[in-house]
Design a protein around this ligand. Structure first.
Ligand SMILES: NC(=O)c1ccc[n+]([C@@H]2O[C@H](COP(=O)([O-])OP(=O)(O)OC[C@H]3O[C@@H](n4cnc5c(N)ncnc54)[C@H](OP(=O)(O)O)[C@@H]3O)[C@@H](O)[C@H]2O)c1
Length: 310
């Protein structure tokens, strides 16, 4: 469902292309310039982007601080989603008693007295499955007004199936893109539960733009891929370009996600104004049913039985 009415002023229409803020001033993603990052977020707000995804652990807390600096007087018209589980100092703390202090740290860095969304940031299985009282604590924080909605950030179809057993989750942030389509089987259930579904990594960390190939060399967070991973992704990108009949595949990659009515929002990680403008253009670039079918068939044939590593 493309509505945040559960946890946001119903009068504020949220853009389906939001802002992935992991990259902001983050050495894991390349050059670091905080002032430039503040200008980028400001420019996004001025263009009408109003859903921001961040986390305490992104750039040691800098991502949240930068968003806080850029908001100015616009707090009431934007939604901020942050997370719990991974701290600014790089440690993780999953104790239920750590949720509220973590949330208060986020609010301080963001300069706000409430959060629109708080997500468990890739929680361990027993928390996800509800064997602890984390969701009760989140429900309590929602009642107090410190947060307006809560949910989880997860990676797999199996995790999505686990969370769909619950009735209280407002938001699910899910790894879903042309190369990671397994969870689409569960989209009818996502809709039936009125979950606000956010697609993270919508461009497969940059691959689905079409600008990288099997010879590309990566540093930082993307150095996780082996040479074989890079070569396989390079070959898949070649196939994708042939299917789409174009070299720049980013618009279609985002439009593919937006073509599912279960998807409320995509949050590409953005490093420049140009990338933001290009990504926003996907709002006016509907994908034909025929192309969507081809991209689903491509996944089923080339990836489904041998999934890629993240
Ligand atoms: N566990 C979690 O909760 C989790 C995990 C991952 C991500 N996330 C969230 O999801 C967001 C998106 O995921 P992601 O950033 O990992 O992956 P992504 O959005 O798939 O890829 C982002 C990268 O693609 C490139 N790019 C973006 N738009 C482009 C354009 N129009 N043209 C060319 N290149 C473009 C940029 O890098 P280059 O220019 O360097 O290629 C950018 O860093 C993150 O910012 C974060 O908020 C959450």
């Amino acid at each position: 469902m493309n509505t945040l009415s559960k946890f946001h002023k119903p009068s504020v229409a949220l853009t389906r292309v939001g802002f992935g803020a992991w990259q902001l001033a983050n050495p894991l993603w390349g050059e670091v310039d905080e002032a430039e990052a503040v200008r980028l977020v400001r420019s996004a707000i001025d263009k009408g982007v109003n859903f921001f995804d961040t986390a305490p652990g992104y750039a040691g807390g800098a991502s949240e601080r930068i968003i806080g600096k850029a908001i100015g007087s616009d707090r009431g018209s934007i939604a901020i989603s942050t997370k719990f589980g991974h701290n600014p100092d790089g440690t993780s703390d999953w104790h239920v008693t750590a949720i509220e202090p973590s949330l208060r740290g986020s609010m301080e860095r963001l300069g706000t007295d409430y959060l629109d969304v708080l997500l468990l940031h890739n929680p361990p299985t027993e928390i996800l499955a509800g064997h602890t009282n984390h969701f009760e604590e989140l429900a309590h924080l929602k009642k107090t007004g410190l947060i307006r909605a809560y949910g989880v950030s997860i990676d797999t179809k199996e995790e999505l199936a686990t969370i769909l057993k619950r009735d209280d989750v407002d938001v699910v942030e899910l790894l879903f893109n042309v190369f990671f389509q397994a969870p689409r089987d569960l989209f009818e259930e996502v809709k039936a539960k009125h979950i606000f579904l956010v697609c993270k990594v919508p461009l497969d960390s940059g691959w689905l733009t079409g600008k990288y190939d099997g010879q590309s060399v990566f540093t930082g967070i993307r150095s996780r891929w082996s040479r074989a991973d890079v070569e396989r992704r390079g070959a898949l990108v070649r196939e994708l370009k042939t299917i789409l009949g174009k070299e720049d595949t980013s618009l279609d990659a985002l439009a593919f996600l937006l073509s599912y009515d279960a998807v409320s929002c995509v949050i590409p990680g953005i490093k420049t104004n140009r990338q933001m403008n290009d990504n926003l253009a996907s709002l006016h670039h509907p994908l034909s049913i025929d192309t969507r079918k081809k991209l689903e068939a491509f996944y089923d044939r080339a990836i489904k039985n041998d999934p890629l590593p993240w």
